[in-house]
Design a protein around this ligand. Structure first.
Ligand code: ZN
Length: 197
């Protein structure tokens, strides 16, 4: 097929989530057929995003500013903090507009099989955020998987001595580790159906 530059482009596209070799070839072809209209804006957006991306020092969200837009927003409810596994879950909750408080991105769940231990998560950062007493409720919006449940239990135990209320999103909601596949109504229901951890 094409030269090595084109093969490299297809190879990189094929690594993206939701893409396989076939869809990567189609995407590459579409870009290559109109470089100025399709390729250049993509190259510019990728380059700008790569230069700008920061991990928020407060909540571990990804943004172009640190603190992130959410942490810096004076209109957010600072008494409620929603703990999610990943940035994708935060984006899903924001898109649905169901949470007006702050977030904390844990960076995954504890997993014996996956070799994920407490040191791989941002739990210490979370605990340090709670020390000044501003946050009064922590909502654990972790996946309804075994690892999600284990992590929620582990976090709830560490949060208990701090005197904050700890709740979990509705147990009957099929979160399954990926909030971003749920529709907005289900997400809203999950958050409303929270109960003490
Ligand atoms: Zn933040």
């Amino acid at each position: 097929m094409g030269g090595k530059e084109i093969e490299a482009l297809i190879d990189q596209l094929a690594r993206l989530p939701g893409m396989g070799p076939r869809s990567a070839r189609r995407a590459a072809l579409r870009l290559l057929q109109a470089p100025r209209v399709r390729m250049d804006p993509l190259v510019n957006a990728l380059s700008a995003a790569a230069k700008a991306v920061r991990t928020c020092g407060q909540c571990a969200n990804l943004d172009s500013t640190d603190p992130c837009t959410i942490c810096a927003d004076p209109n957010r409810d600072r008494s409620t903090l929603c703990v999610v596994e990943g940035v994708g879950d935060l984006w899903a909750l924001e898109r649905a507009g169901v949470h007006r408080g702050l977030y904390h991105v844990l960076g995954g769940t504890l997993s014996a099989l996956g070799g994920v231990g407490p040191e791989d998560l941002t739990a210490d950062l979370l605990l340090s955020r709670l020390r000044d007493g501003t946050v009064r409720e922590v909502i654990l919006a972790l996946g309804a998987t075994v690892d999600g449940a284990t992590t929620a239990h582990w976090l709830a135990e560490r949060l208990a001595p701090l005197g904050v209320a700890v709740s979990r999103v509705g147990q009957g909601v099929p979160i399954g580790g990926a909030l971003d596949v749920l529709d907005d109504g289900t997400l809203a229901a999950a958050l409303r159906a929270r109960r003490p951890a």
